[in-house]
Write a protein that binds this ligand. Sequence first.
Ligand SMILES: Cc1cc2nc3c(=O)[nH]c(=O)nc-3n(C[C@H](O)[C@H](O)[C@H](O)COP(=O)(O)O)c2cc1C
Length: 186
Amino acid sequence: MTAIIDAILNRASESRLTTPAPDPELLDRVFSCAARAPDHALLRPWRYLVIEGGGLDALGELFASAADDPAEPLAGDKDKLRRMPLRAPMIIVGICSPKLHPKVPEIEQVMSSAVGLGYIALALESAGFGAMWRTGAVAYHPVIRQGLGLNDCERISGFLYVGSVESPKPAVPRPAPDDFVARWPG
Ligand SMILES: Cc1cc2nc3c(=O)[nH]c(=O)nc-3n(C[C@H](O)[C@H](O)[C@H](O)COP(=O)(O)O)c2cc1C
């Protein structure tokens, strides 16, 4: 096995996260991993926001404010929405920033941005940190998208909750390759 295969086979999302969060030096390496995501026509259709400290409180306020949106009130208890970002000491927001291109449809750019966020999660996990990719209604609400500075074309690919693992979650059963891989033509 290679180190990268071992890292992938050992990875699992962790929801119980605490301080410390990764330091700036590690984050820099990790975002360099994101920049290795396959990227048709090198459009760089992704960007990221790092949120920690008071920024997490501000994100909680933004989530809660979406519940008061008269046009499209976000469902859910406001206090619960406010506390959501406090489940980890750091959140990395993955943003797909699609570019107009004659040969590269938006779906390919969304996929590239998802691969980048996946690389970030894997890199952090292999460095000993925990991560959990979350979306939910907060990822799609216009008030939240605007509050985070997204333009009309951009989408949130995920909120990656990041921190040190407080207590590992029970193992998730993994399907065997035979269950989802076939040869073609059979
Ligand atoms: C795009 C995307 C969005 C997700 N959103 C959520 C979410 O909002 N809440 C959640 O509990 N898990 C969410 N997940 C799943 C978790 O990140 C995680 O993959 C799942 O709990 C399985 O754990 P594992 O990564 O160890 O296999 C999401 C995964 C993806 C790829």
